[in-house]
Write a new protein. Structure first.
Length: 125
């Protein structure tokens, strides 16, 4: 991953049950080694990192957001902006899982005495 302050990563999500039952065909090809995503019959795009539909949530979190959570625990500001073509319920589910993972890390760091006495604030919209 890049050491730049702003990174752009993409994850092509796996098919949901409805899409699987309908026999849907993927329109994107992911090359994680180069960070590129190619759309069917169109040009490709290159990102700081790319992840295919086989990527599980925990490895994705570790590779894309862990360093931000760690920096926040060290007193730095951190922002994660996520956008995706999902339904409202999918968005709530993904957001809840990410926030739960973030809060668990913050709780564990406090429990282990890693955060000192500074004030912490987290918010999601």
């Amino acid at each position: 991953m890049s050491t730049e302050a702003i990174r752009v990563v993409v994850r092509c999500r796996p098919f949901n049950n409805r899409e699987k039952e309908a026999g849907s065909e993927s329109v994107c090809t992911v090359d994680s080694s180069s960070g590129s995503v190619s759309l069917k019959d169109q040009k490709g795009f290159t990102f700081d990192a790319s992840f295919g539909p086989e990527t599980q949530q925990q490895p994705f979190f570790e590779q894309t957001a862990r360093h931000i959570v760690d920096a926040v625990l060290d007193g730095f500001n951190g922002t994660i902006f996520a956008y995706g073509q999902v339904t409202y319920l999918d968005l709530l589910h993904v957001t809840r899982r990410f926030v739960d993972r973030y809060r668990k890390d913050v709780y564990n760091a406090r429990r282990l005495g890693e955060t000192g006495t500074s004030r912490r604030h987290s918010q999601y919209i």
